[in-house]
Design a protein. Structure first.
Length: 196
């Protein structure tokens, strides 16, 4: 997939603020600081379209990025150790739930998990929730460039200990926004889902 143009479209916290043009959407979920913004920027070929932050939990809205005037990538607030109040966290949860459960244009979920660590409780919950919603899921193991050679082979088998990956609608990919590892495969998966 070649990205010819991309732009930030809108930030939303409720349905009335979502784009109304009925283009297909791919949501990206993962814990704070897992590399969602870096993946979006790398995939779209832009340096700072999605703001990367050293302060986890910066994304507090659903951020829609329009690619090729044809589909949206939707950056979902990171879960995990975001320094936000319990009340705010519950609001995030409701906002994400509303979007994932009711959005007719949603045609897949990319779940990002840090390859250096085992999946967190939140990762496992989000994965099982996406399975429940019957969404096509791409599990992306990020930050592969930070692993030693002997650790690379263990990533997928470790993942399989925590997530039941034996589903027709689940794909696993290792990825690095630094080396662009499996960037083409990421594009293929997205293209496949948005053109269905």
């Amino acid at each position: 997939m070649i990205i010819k143009q991309s732009k930030y479209a809108v930030s939303a916290v409720k349905e009335s603020q979502y784009p109304q043009d009925d283009l297909p959407e791919i949501a990206l979920a993962g814990r704070s600081n897992v590399g969602k913004s870096s993946l979006i920027n790398t995939f779209l070929g832009r340096k700072n379209l999605a703001r990367t932050s050293s302060q986890p939990g910066k994304t507090q809205t659903l951020n829609f990025y329009l690619a090729n005037e044809a589909f949206y990538l939707v950056d979902v607030p990171g879960y995990g150790f975001a320094k936000v109040s319990q009340k705010k966290r519950e609001q995030f949860g409701e906002m994400i739930q509303d979007y994932l459960e009711t959005r007719a244009d949603l045609c897949g979920l990319i779940l990002l998990i840090d390859a250096r660590h085992q999946p967190t409780k939140d990762d496992i919950s989000m994965y099982n929730y996406a399975l429940l919603l019957n969404l096509p899921i791409l599990v992306v193991c990020t930050k592969m460039d930070k692993l030693k050679k002997n650790e690379v082979q263990q990533v997928q088998s470790r993942l399989g200990k925590y997530l039941d990956l034996n589903h027709d609608n689940v794909t696993v990919l290792t990825f690095s926004s630094v080396t662009k590892l499996h960037l083409a495969e990421l594009g293929d998966w997205i293209e496949d889902k948005v053109s269905e």
